[in-house]
Ligand binder design. Structure first.
Ligand SMILES: [Zn+2]
Length: 216
């Protein structure tokens, strides 16, 4: 078969196709789209790519990717210092920031997953326990994914904390919460799966007490 595409075009296309959720067709489309852009823009792309990992550090307190350690979030005294959200990945931090969360973070680096060979020791759970024994934390929000692995990870952390509380290493005043699970905003009840509806039922909130329980 005759090679139709120039080698440079083919090479870029293959590299793009190695990225997650990009198939060969999309890779070709992106490559041809880039061919239509100015040289200066492409150079900017290339520079951003090649310097992506320059000067990057990991914050030794919360384990976010940063240019300075401690990171800007840990250094920001305007944030609620006594609240920590435990997340799996740095991208989760961006999601919570968008929702105007104003506490601190602890990035685990993944979720416990025997299928993918990720055990608790591979995550920064030990570091979290140490933080909780050293810092004054009032509330820990377990913001792991609402998946089986995410749930298992949250449960594991909760048990580790309780163990350390029994041993007197972490104050028993620490409150542990979990993000509410339920129906997506703008969704349709009719189309939600039974697991989601089940969780939404479990996590329902009373919006009006009946008179028997009400204060008189
Ligand atoms: Zn930090």
């Amino acid at each position: 078969m005759t090679k139709v595409l120039p080698r440079s075009v083919e090479r870029l296309s293959q590299l793009l196709a190695s990225l997650p959720s990009i198939g060969p067709k999309t890779a070709n489309r992106l490559t041809f789209y880039l061919l239509g852009r100015d040289k200066s823009e492409l150079r900017e792309f290339g520079e951003a790519l090649s310097s992506l990992k320059d000067n990057l550090l990991i914050c030794q307190r919360c384990f976010i990717i940063t240019e300075e350690d401690p990171c800007p979030i840990c250094r920001d005294e305007g944030r609620e210092q006594s609240r920590i959200a435990v997340v799996e990945e740095p991208l989760d931090v961006i999601a919570l920031e968008r929702a105007r969360y104003n506490g601190l973070y602890h990035v685990l680096g993944g979720q416990i997953s025997p299928l993918n060979n990720v055990s608790p020791e591979d995550l920064r759970i030990k570091e979290l326990i140490q933080r909780l024994s050293q810092e004054h934390v009032e509330e820990l929000i377990l913001a792991t994914d609402p998946s089986l692995e995410g749930e298992a990870t949250a449960l594991f952390i909760q048990e580790r904390i309780e163990e350390n509380q029994r041993e007197g290493k972490i104050p028993t005043t620490l409150q542990i919460s979990r993000l509410a699970r339920g129906l997506p905003v703008g969704g349709d009840l009719e189309y939600a799966d039974e697991l989601t509806i089940g969780r939404a039922l479990e996590g329902r909130q009373i919006i009006r007490q009946n008179d028997k329980n009400g204060s008189k």
